[in-house]
Structure formats: C-alpha cells, structure tokens
Design a binder for this molecule. Structure first.
Ligand code: GDP
Ligand code: IMO
Ligand code: MG
Length: 430
C-alpha cells in the first residue's frame, strides 16, 4: 500500500500524463489498466516534450516499474516504436512489464475499425482508428488473441484462423474488401515475439506482491469517465472501462486494496470525436480555448471541441469513481476572460436536472444552466500557492470545489512539470 488510481473526469485529455508525472518520484509502479494506443499523453520535462500513446506516462520517471496490465489492448508494432523512440532519447525502459493476459491488436482489428467507421457514415463514433473497438469486441466475444498466445505458434495460428473465419466473410461480402491472410497475420505477430518475451510477466501477482511489500502503485487510466463503455455517453465512448473500477479488473488487484482515487479535470471541457457535449461552444470563446489551450489531439491531431466547465459531469465523475481528490488543470488557459461561465445544472425540455440524466435522450437535449464568475487578467503561470492567484481565480476554484463533490488537491497553471500548485498531498491512505 498505497494503491492510487488516477482517472480522467471528463472526455479525456485532461492532463493525466502531467498529473502522473507529478507523482513520479514517489511511485514505485505505474500501471496502465485499460485502452491502448488510442490514448495520447503529453508530458513536458524541461525543454523536452514527450508524446506517449500505449506506454504509461510513468515510464518517464527513473526507477519506476511501468506495467501494461491485463485490461490493455496492445499493438505490438506501436509498443516497440514507442520503446525505440524513448530509448533513442536516453529514457531507460528496461523495467517495463507486460501482462501475459493483455490482448493483442492485430492488423485486421485496425482494418475493421476504419472500415466500420466509414460504413457508419453519419452515425460514426469518430474513433482513433487504432483497432481498439474491434480488439475489445473479440475479447468479449472470446475470439481474441492474448500476449501469451504469441509464445505458442500452433495455438496462435488456430486462434487467428478462428477469429478470421467470420471476419473474412464480413470484409469480402459486406465491406467489399480483400480477405485477410491467416499465415501473413501469424507471421507478422510472431516477428516480435522474442523481443517481447523478457517483458512478459504475471502482472496481477507482481502487483499484489508489490502492495504486500508496501510499495506505492499508481494505476493510470487512459481515456476518461465520459468515454467509459458503461458510464460514458454510450455509444459515443471507447470500448474499455476507463473509470476507477477498471483499475481493479484491468490489473488484477482487489477493490479493498485501493486507497485513493484522483480525478483529473480541466478548468473547462474538451471532447474529441462525436457525441453529445452540453457546454460545447461554437463562438469566439470556443475558438479562444482551442487556440490558447492548444487543444489538438496527441494521437490524431484533430482539433478538440471546447466548452465551459460542467459541474454536473464533475459531480457524476466524483460519484462513479469515488474520487478522493481532484487535480484541476489548465486554469491558466482561462486567463484573460471577462466572465467565466460554469454549468451548474441542465435544462432538459423545461425540466431542471441537477444530476446527470439517466437516459441518453435527455442528455442529448440537455441545455446548460450557467452561473457566471468574474475573470482575471494576470499571468498565473508563476503561482505556486493558491494565495499567489488573483482573487477571482481563487474564487473560481473555490466555486468549482463546492460544485464538484470533491476537494481540489492540485491546480495546473501551465504545461511544464513545475507549473502546478500543490494543495493537498495526493498520496494518502483512507
Ligand atoms: P492526457 O491524455 O489526459 O494525458 O492529456 P493530453 O496530454 O492529451 O492533453 C493535455 C495537454 O495539456 C497536454 O498538452 C499538456 O502538456 C497540457 N497541460 C497539462 N496541464 C496543463 C496546465 O495546467 N496548463 C496548460 N496550459 N497546459 C497543461
Ligand atoms: P486520452 O487517454 C480523448 C475517443 C475518440 C472517440 C472515442 C472512441 O488521451 O485521454 P476509440 O479509438 O477509443 O474506439 O474511439 O473515444 N478517445 C479519446 N478522446 N482522449 C483519449 O485518450 C481518447 N481515446 C479515445 O476520439 O470519440
Ligand atoms: Mg490525451
């Protein structure tokens, strides 16, 4: 102990990478427990900027053991590309452990992701096209490939054949594409097996033993609460459990071992891809947040949709994840606004909702009810205590805390490692 879970509280890109980095030197293990290379984390250390997709951002902290848990879907080409890129910049990646039970993204998963999105047309999800959904679909459908299968070529060939049996009919007859060759796929997957072998471990056992030995283990979510397959804005979600519960199933520790749950939340809101977004802005303010916040996806380069802070979502995230701490990021981006609106509730066809509506139609119809808070003009990137902030920025944070159902334990005032205001210790017992 302690086991700390860190999740995104909105629609992703809240600055989880930077928050993880903040805990860096105090953590012994960092575990990615869900998703795959659909994630994109940016960490700025000095003048160096690192963009990570599949690897947990904790890989940048010297001495930490990074772990890819059983709940992750692994694109092996991407894994080695990222490791090579980090090695060439002098980052030691030799401690990485990969769960033997994690699932593998094969070429046909990527193909299907792109083809189905095209086929959906106007109803598309706006996925990252990395094969995430099809790989998880195979896992649930019990025709997936696991890392351990790569070390038994006969079993692997049988599984690929079984998985492609139906898919090739679909590709050829429905989507008008060429069939995928079983042997070629198997050869592609086996090409990396030997390099992977020394990293593969019984990670649930390793992590439970680490907790027994009083090590500090950080479970770092990809994506976010509103993209969670159960609790997000289904069907406009990713295909994994991105909420705190996913940390348990996706890594093989019991729920009784979790000590604290940190939610990372922007001082405003963004979303990439399709789906409802009540506080989305289509005016100059939205443009301002996009430009000032540099809101372009790390994975696909897409411009992120921008809007005001939504405290209905913050309260929902606090509840669904059992948050103990909030890390509010990008407060600096709001500098220079005359007024900063915060959504306190929704109006759904004339009815006020103080909490997240339980049905998707209501959420699609939700109109934000705003409270306007006064803005500030001063540069806040040098603030290191809450008292260093202009009074209006302090009041903004105090109101967010009141509305969001969880205490604020740190505040980001810039992208760099040191541009943060610590408020409460983020590693603590219950
Ligand atoms: P993640 O997916 O949650 O790890 O977040 P991303 O890395 O996709 O997006 C967050 C972006 O915000 C990155 O470019 C970070 O460098 C940047 N960032 C994080 N915290 C802050 C902050 O407090 N202020 C500013 N201006 N940028 C921040
Ligand atoms: P991080 O970890 C923001 C979105 C996609 C799409 C939906 C489904 O950087 O916060 P998928 O490829 O997962 O099947 O796409 O989920 N999405 C993200 N949006 N940040 C992410 O990760 C995301 N990962 C997936 O844009 O709407
Ligand atoms: Mg991101």
């Amino acid at each position: 102990m302690p086991a700390v879970v860190l999740v995104g509280a909105q629609w992703g890109d809240e600055g989880k990478g930077k928050a993880t980095d903040l805990l860096g030197s105090r953590v012994d293990y960092v575990v990615k427990f869900n998703g795959g290379n659909n994630a994109g984390h940016t960490v700025v250390i000095g003048d160096e900027k690192y963009a990570l997709h599949l690897l947990p951002s904790g890989i940048l902290s010297p001495g930490v053991v990074p772990v890819i848990g059983n709940g992750v879907v692994v694109d092996i080409d991407v894994l080695f590309e990222e490791l090579d890129a980090l090695n060439s910049r002098g980052v030691d990646t030799s401690r990485l452990l990969v769960s033997s039970q994690a699932h593998v993204i094969a070429g046909y998963h990527r193909t299907l992701d792109k083809v189905t999105e095209r086929f959906l047309g106007k109803r598309r999800i706006g996925t990252t096209g990395r094969g995430i959904g099809p790989a998880y679909a195979d896992k649930i459908n019990r025709v997936g490939l696991r890392i351990a299968d790569l070390f038994d070529p006969k079993i692997l060939a049988e599984k690929v054949e079984g998985s492609l049996d139906q898919k090739n009919h679909l590709l050829v007859k429905v989507y008008n594409r060429r069939a995928v060759d079983v042997d070629e796929t198997v050869d592609e997957l086996l090409a990396h097996a030997e390099r992977l072998r020394p990293m593969v471990a019984n990670t649930p056992l390793v992590l439970n033993q680490a907790l027994d030995d009083h090590k500090t283990v950080l479970f770092e979510a990809g994506q976010a609460t509103m993209l969670d397959v159960d609790h997000g804005t289904y069907p406009f979600v990713t295909s994994s459990s991105a909420t705190a519960g996913g940390a348990v199933t996706g890594s093989g520790i019991g729920p009784t071992r979790v000590d604290s749950v940190i939610g990372v939340i922007k001082a405003y809101t963004t979303r990439v891809g399709e789906g409802p977004f009540p506080t989305e802005l289509f005016d100059a303010n939205g443009e301002y947040l996009l430009k000032t916040g540099g809101e372009y996806g790390v994975t696909t380069g897409r411009a992120r949709r921008c809007g005001w802070y939504d405290s209905v979502i913050a309260r929902y995230s606090s509840r669904i994840n059992g948050l103990t701490d909030l890390v509010v990021t990008k407060l600096d981006v709001l500098t220079g606004m005359e007024k900063v609106p915060v959504c306190v509730a929704y109006d759904v066809d004339g009815t006020r909702y103080d909490e997240m509506p339980d049905d998707q139609t209501a959420f699609h119809h939700a109109k934000p009810i705003y409270e306007e808070l006064p803005g500030w003009w001063e540069d806040i990137s040098g603030a290191r205590t809450v008292e260093d902030l202009p009074k209006n920025a302090q009041s903004y944070l105090a109101r967010l805390e009141e509305l969001s159902g969880c205490r604020i334990s740190a505040v980001g005032v810039g992208p760099r490692r040191d541009e943060i205001i610590p408020v409460h210790d983020l590693i603590h017992g219950r």
